[in-house]
Ligand binder design. Structure first.
Ligand code: MG
Length: 385
């Protein structure tokens, strides 16, 4: 029986993880759950899965939940609560699925305890890839990707030697604006951007998919997960989202992992690896799919993808600046304060204006994140008021 800690159990990955756990009651139990403001759902999850510990980010909501659960489980509160809980809870696997930079600190605590990290929070590797790589080796922590593309590559590499990789091909759906002209992007509404053609995900990652920043972050994530230089990472547009990614080997042979898009497949694999468990979450009917198509990404139209490639090339604090500026820009787009194409304008401004630092430790990463968020927030307030 493996005990699972879910960081972000009320989000899309968290809810899917609980569906997987529900299928295998003899193999997995829930050690800890956590949420931000959706305490109604969190309370239901506590009733069903009886965790020993719960973390709530929002203090006011935590007080309400405390009253409702009346000592059924230990309650930790706020950002510090996430760190304390990952330090002290009794668990074997942690599903790291908080949104954005906030996932970094608790994931590091789980790494320091040598746990299996089922990593859905790509930002952890984007902002601190080198440090995470070093710490997971030092503490013998196992990082298994949950991101569908990285899970596909991870699965394609089972039984293969890293030196046999010619390149990896990260597939991207292209999002809802793949076949729209550049001018169209200027007038995109929040509702249109939230309407992803293939995947049902949280708001942040759905907007990132529409701007293609998500693929940019995934390129950086892949660089650290698979220890590959940028030249060996290629992005391919694949609108059907059936091929979840591919690996090309030095003899020209290519392996891919395919299925109808459903996050329960990579989540289950991260929990059961190296085993596979029988489940019926997806079936893939090729005669109904008819065709699988592939295209080159358009870096002129999707500026964010180009910015992400450049940030990875320059290294240092650039990926951290890219990520922090994007988080603030997406928040402001969702609030209707900035337009869709302004998201990449603000990311570019942050990369141009914030001082580049070549070698950075963990403290500098937290500082760079804070500085960039403040800079973009005040810039948007100045521009838009
Ligand atoms: Mg993905």
């Amino acid at each position: 029986m493996k005990k699972v800690f879910i960081l972000g159990s009320t989000g899309s990955i968290g809810v899917n993880t609980l569906e997987v756990i529900r299928e295998f009651p003899d193999n997995f139990s829930v050690a800890a759950l956590s949420g931000n403001r959706n305490i109604d759902l969190l309370e239901k999850q506590i009733e069903e899965f009886s965790p020993e510990l719960v973390v709530v980010n929002d203090e006011a909501e935590a007080e309400k939940l405390k009253y409702r659960i009346k000592g059924k489980c230990e309650l930790f509160i706020g950002e510090r609560g996430f760190v304390e809980a990952t330090k002290s809870a009794d668990y074997d696997v942690i599903i790291s699925s908080l949104v954005g930079f906030s996932g970094l600190a608790p994931t590091i605590e789980a790494i320091k305890r040598g746990k299996r990290i089922a990593l859905a929070n790509k930002e952890t590797l984007v902002v601190a890839g080198e440090i995470i790589e070093r710490l997971s080796e030092q503490y013998n922590a196992e990082i298994i990707p949950v991101d569908s593309e990285h899970s596909a590559i991870f699965q394609s590499l089972v039984g293969e030697s890293p030196e046999h990789i010619r390149k990896i091909l990260l597939t991207a759906s292209g999002g809802p604006f793949f076949d729209k002209p550049v001018e169209y992007l200027k007038k995109v509404t929040v509702a249109e951007a939230l309407n992803h053609p293939n995947w049902s995900m949280g708001n942040k990652v759905t907007i990132d998919s529409a701007t293609m920043m998500n693929k940019g972050l995934e390129v950086i994530e892949a660089r650290w997960l698979f220890k590959l230089p940028l030249e060996k990472i290629e992005v391919v547009i694949h609108p059907q989202s059936i091929v979840h990614s591919m690996v090309e080997f030095i003899d020209g042979s290519i392996k891919a992992q395919l299925s109808s898009p459903d996050m329960k497949v990579p989540i289950q694999y991260a929990l059961t690896y190296p085993e596979r468990f029988k489940s019926n979450f997806v079936s893939t009917e090729f005669p109904e799919i008819h065709k699988l198509t592939f295209f080159k990404p358009n870096l002129e139209k999707f500026e964010n993808l180009r910015l992400a490639f450049n940030a990875l090339k320059s290294g240092g604090n650039s990926p951290c600046i890219l990520n922090a500026a994007n988080e603030i820009a997406v928040e402001n787009f969702l609030k209707g304060k900035i337009t869709f194409t302004e998201i990449s304008d603000y990311v570019k401004k942050a990369l141009d204006e914030i001082e580049y630092e070549n070698s950075i430790g963990l403290e500098e990463i937290f500082e760079c994140n804070r500085k960039t968020r403040n800079y973009i927030t005040s810039l948007i307030n100045k521009d838009k008021n």
